[in-house]
Design a protein around this ligand. Structure first.
Ligand code: TXA
Ligand code: MG
Length: 321
């Protein structure tokens, strides 16, 4: 499976692969995606296969023009339109009632579809040259750490994808925020790269999705997700660091005394949540490769992007100890 720098020529190659029903990993502003022609069910099926992803977890349809949402969704309400105007292209995914044109495999049989317009120039060129939307998931194995570099994709998916376009490290480093609308309410399905506070400033109160039930609103929001292979524990004031083990620390800001740790990764020297989000998965990938027994993660403030970071850390830690 070749990794190619995302030049115009490489993008042309990727488009040819997608046209033939292949799958391509590509950079977006959030994380790397693994995509297929959204209108080709056989190609889309390969994404589930390669990720070892259960078929009940629907994909996001990536579009290259804001207006394409009207071809894919039946009811684009006024709140959705306001958010599209303000945040697209960008890391916001809207879940809306789907049009028939979208194959059922993309939405895992749900009557709704998740749509976003990414802002990354490589993702946009790919979609616009294909002249069709691209159905994509994050380019990692099911339940594992999300990829923020081409190298991460290569490590996890090996030779199972037809091409990896290398566009360097992704800017945001954390997935898009996913919301839906039920009756008059706006519901947060996944905290992500656009803080809820920024969305609420435009459309008012957003409700949190209720705790996962047997039939969760967003099938991908499993309690355990984004997991490193190494056990991960979120630090609290009572945590006793295991001295007889090789421990790693995922710190929010630089710490003075870290002698208990074999390895330390700092999310943001100056305590900036945006920088922390952009470094989260790369730091976790490095810690996970270091042969540690335990990774201790320092909590970050639960405001703005901190909310999405803590969501990822909690899922990474779930039942992981
Ligand atoms: O930033 C991102 O969103 C990245 C890049 C590649 O665009 N994509 C991504 O895709 O994170 P994925 O497949 O890892 O996550 C998609 C999320 C899952 O939690 C899934 O359950 C949810 O979106 N989702 C998709 N369609 C849905 C639907 N119809 N109803 C509810 N949730 C849906
Ligand atoms: Mg994912």
């Amino acid at each position: 499976m070749p990794v190619l720098l995302a030049t115009q020529l490489a993008i042309k190659k990727a488009v040819a692969i997608l046209k033939k029903g292949g799958i391509v990993a590509f950079p977006t502003e959030t994380v790397y995606g693994l995509g297929a022609d959204a209108f080709n069910p056989m190609a889309v099926a390969k994404i589930f296969e390669v990720k070892s992803r259960p078929q009940f977890d629907p994909l996001i349809v990536h579009i290259g023009d804001k207006n394409d949402i009207y071809k894919l969704c039946r009811k684009v309400n006024s709140k959705a339109r306001l958010l599209i105007d303000r945040f697209w292209p960008g890391p916001l995914t809207l879940v809306l009632p789907k049009e028939k044109i979208i194959p059922n495999i993309v939405t895992a049989g749900l009557p709704t579809v998740a749509v976003r317009m990414p802002s990354h120039p490589v993702a946009l060129s790919l979609i616009n040259q294909l002249k069709k939307p691209i159905a994509a998931a994050s380019a990692n194995l099911f339940g594992r750490l999300s990829p923020t570099t081409a190298e991460h994709v290569k490590d996890q998916l090996g030779d199972k994808v037809d091409l990896i376009l290398d566009g360097g490290k992704t800017e945001r480093g954390i997935e898009s925020t996913v919301i839906t609308f039920i009756k008059n309410d706006t519901i947060l399905l996944r905290p992500g790269a656009i803080p809820v506070e920024s969305l609420e400033a435009i459309i008012g109160k957003i409700k949190l999705a209720v705790k996962p039930t047997r039939k969760p609103l967003s099938p991908g929001q499993l309690a355990q997700h984004y997991s490193p292979h190494t056990r991960l524990i979120i630090l609290n004031p009572r945590t006793k660091i295991k001295k007889n083990k090789r421990c790693g620390l995922l710190a929010f800001t630089r710490k003075k005394n870290t002698s208990n740790f074999a390895m330390v990764e700092v999310l943001s020297e100056k305590g900036d949540l945006r920088e922390a989000a952009s470094n989260l998965f790369s730091c976790l990938h490095r810690l996970d490769k270091a042969g540690l027994d335990i990774i201790y993660a320092e909590p970050v403030p639960k405001i703005n992007l901190g909310y999405a970071i803590m969501d990822r850390l909690k899922r990474a830690a779930h039942k992981n100890h």
